[in-house]
Ligand binder design. Structure first.
Ligand SMILES: *[C@@H]1O[C@H](CO)[C@@H](O)[C@H](O)[C@H]1NC(C)=O
Ligand SMILES: *[C@@H]1O[C@H](CO)[C@@H](O)[C@H](O)[C@H]1NC(C)=O
Length: 284
């Protein structure tokens, strides 16, 4: 039984008998039902902590013109029908895979091919995705060699007729200056200027709620790179994008995000490599 607080005890004594028990039960129940911020003294939610439902500019309310203040009942009904007609129905699952370990000595992209370990990692992730028994609808691969190779091993392992697309928007790069900054990694401002716009374009291309015509949930594999995936996760979760470098992803790990018809987004796994024997788990 929960212990009574000093005040509850005083109240119980004051009221006495059955009345006291009733007061105790009432206050105990109320405490269980309320959740307080333990680290703040008020309940004001800062604006930047609030979820923006129109983050992808596909919120039905942002697409359909609202009725005027003096709208007739017919006009309001027609507005509601139009709203219903553009409401998405399906969930879009985006499964982001980091490429496997690669030859760090390579100077050009084509010399930065997967190592033996990298190929095994891709193979193990392919096997993992296969046993999940999901009907993958397509695979999108970054055009860089290590992502192409990783994607190829995975699609071979999946052994299904998987449509494949190449995409250079999701090549590796410098998405946005990180907070806090780190000394050992400091690209030129121009690099962020250039890569940031490209990687953000990749985000807008792939991250949005389902089109209203999409009937069934979709499962799309995107094989790309650690900086790109970390930036996408922060953007999709509406965390500050500058936080991306605080996350770490293992080679060939699985990051799973689901975009619901309502515009909510769920991060189901981040950098999962639990399907690999420990000797194959690497991140650099
Ligand atoms: C993955 O590894 C298994 C076991 O070594 C092998 O039989 C299979 O051919 C590999 N798959 C690919 C796509 O390399
Ligand atoms: C993707 O690019 C690779 C490497 O250039 C090429 O071999 C492959 O055919 C391309 N795939 C598609 C679907 O365009």
């Amino acid at each position: 039984m929960t212990t009574l607080s000093r005040i509850q005890k005083l109240v119980a004594i004051a009221v006495g008998g059955a009345g006291g028990v009733a007061v105790y039960l009432y206050t105990a129940k109320r405490d269980n039902a309320s959740v307080y911020n333990s680290w703040t003294t008020n309940t004001v939610v800062p604006d930047e902590a609030k979820w923006d439902f129109n983050w992808d500019h596909r919120d039905p309310k942002s697409i359909v013109k609202p009725p005027s203040k003096h709208a007739t009942e017919d006009e309001i009904n027609s507005y509601n029908e139009k709203l219903e007609a553009v409401k998405p129905k399906a969930v879009r699952h985006l499964i982001l895979i980091r490429h496997g370990q690669y030859n760090l000595e390579g100077l050009t992209d084509d010399q930065r091919y997967l190592t033996e370990t990298g190929r095994t990692q891709a193979n193990l992730t392919g096997q993992r995705l296969k046993v999940l028994d999901v009907k993958w609808d397509k695979m999108i691969r970054s055009t860089m060699t290590r992502a192409q190779e990783t994607g190829k091993i995975i699609s071979t392992e999946l052994a299904m007729n998987l449509p494949i697309e190449n995409c250079s928007l999701i090549e590796e790069g410098a998405p946005i200056p990180p907070q806090p900054a780190v000394g050992h990694w400091a690209p030129e401002p121009a690099q962020f200027f250039q890569d940031g716009a490209r990687i953000e374009a990749g985000f807008r291309k792939y991250f949005h709620r389902a089109n209203v015509k999409q009937e069934k949930d979709s499962y799309t594999l995107i094989v790309c790179h650690a900086n790109v995936i970390r930036y996408f996760v922060c953007r999709a979760m509406q965390f500050p994008a500058e936080a991306w470098l605080r996350l770490s992803l293992n080679h060939a790990s699985i990051t799973w995000l689901s975009i619901l018809p309502s515009g909510r987004v769920i991060l189901r796994s981040l950098g999962d490599s639990g399907h690999m024997p420990p000797k194959y788990i690497t991140s650099r």
